[in-house]
Ligand binder design. Structure first.
Ligand code: F6P
Length: 356
């Protein structure tokens, strides 16, 4: 028997393209198939704490009759990249109850899903997770929403930078996101024709980067090069490059600058470099076709889990199919890092890319 439910949905953590496509699929399936009521919780746990909800129906999400949810980047529900946890847990728990939710679908990365799951367990909520992140580091799913679009965005940037690098015989050092996991740098670097890829998981040497660039000059008579470096990659001394922003938050940035300076230094000023920090553009734009498909499959599967009362689970992509896994298992595994023995690392090296 199918009882009418009041379903909440929220987006949490750093945004990425494809979030709206998940919301759209959840809405369509929950309303059209099940006749449930769906409310959006703005700003994730902050919205719960403040008892905020936005009634969602298929029509209100159309702009002049046009369904824009499938291909619009960002999130109509807004997000926060900082957990409201600790002392606020009781208020967040009470928010779920006061809003009269029967279940909650949370679209988040491993960090936000871990925070929400621990609150859900305390409060006895019915929680289903949907993985999203351009870092693609959520365990037990081969793909998270947003990753495919981000690797397209980064590899597109690398190709564009190739032309200007070539005109001036320069080395372009491109700093991309990836605090602890280098999946984005690795995938986009291979797809975008990088000469060297530096990631947090694999120690690297500037001497070897310079050797690679010099080999390209000698063998291919190509006088420009592209080096991709993940923001969380470390210096040979094992240090991360950070800065403190105006709010006093320590953020990763500067490893690109460091690598460019070192290339100049180690090459005896033979190699001229420029640095490009891609920043939040990597989370912007329209979702790729793959991300739209993944988001749609995930949104539908998340509603199915609610319908079957299979809570404390996360939808996942494994072997080309949508499935679901225990949220507890996801959290227990922690962040998925690049395995130095991964086939993409081996392939990159086999075709001459320096990967530490
Ligand atoms: O978690 C995703 C991520 O894109 C990280 O790779 C990056 O360090 C972080 O978000 C940046 O977040 P913010 O936009 O809050 O600075």
């Amino acid at each position: 028997m199918n009882t009418r439910k009041r379903l909440g949905i929220l987006t949490s953590g750093g945004d990425c393209p494809g979030l709206n496509a998940v919301i759209r699929a959840v809405l369509a399936h929950a309303i059209e198939t099940h006749g449930w009521e769906v409310v959006g919780i703005p700003y994730s746990s902050k919205g719960l704490m403040e008892r905020q909800s936005i009634p969602l129906d298929i029509q209100t999400l159309k702009f002049k009759g046009i369904d824009t949810m499938l291909n619009t980047g960002g999130t109509i529900l807004k997000s926060i990249n900082k957990g409201y946890s600790g002392g606020d847990d009781d208020e967040i728990i009470a928010g779920y109850r006061d809003l009269g939710l029967d279940a909650l679908i949370a679209i988040g990365g491993d960090g936000s899903l871990a925070i929400l799951r621990s609150i859900a367990n305390k409060g006895g909520w019915n929680l289903v997770g949907v993985p999203k992140t351009i870092d693609n580091d959520v365990p037990l799913t081969e793909r998270s929403v947003g990753f495919d679009t981000a690797i397209n965005t980064v590899s597109d940037a690398l190709e564009k930078l190739n032309f200007t690098a070539s005109s001036h015989d320069r080395v372009m050092v491109v700093e991309v996101m990836g605090r602890t996991a280098g999946h984005l740098a690795l995938h986009a670097g291979v797809a975008g024709g990088a000469d060297a890829i530096l990631i947090p998981e694999i120690p690297s040497s500037i001497e070897k980067v310079c050797e690679k660039i010099n080999r390209v000059r000698e063998i291919l008579d190509r006088h420009h090069a592209i080096v991709v470096v993940a923001e969380g990659a470390q210096t040979p001394a094992g240090e991360s490059r950070t800065y403190t922003d105006a709010l006093g938050e320590v953020r990763l940035r500067g490893i690109g600058e460091y690598v460019a300076d070192q290339i100049c230094h180690v090459s005896g000023k033979e190699l001229e470099s420029r640095v490009m920090v891609l920043g939040q553009i990597q989370r912007g734009g329209w979702p790729s076709v793959f991300d739209r498909l993944l988001a749609t499959e995930f949104g539908k599967a998340a509603v199915d889990l609610v319908a079957q009362q299979q809570y404390d689970r996360m939808v996942a992509w494994q072997c080309g199919k949508v499935t679901s896994v225990s949220l507890g298992d996801v959290i227990a595994k922690g962040t998925v890092l690049v395995n130095p023995h991964d086939s993409l690392v081996q392939t990159a090296r086999a075709i001459g890319i320096y990967v530490g």
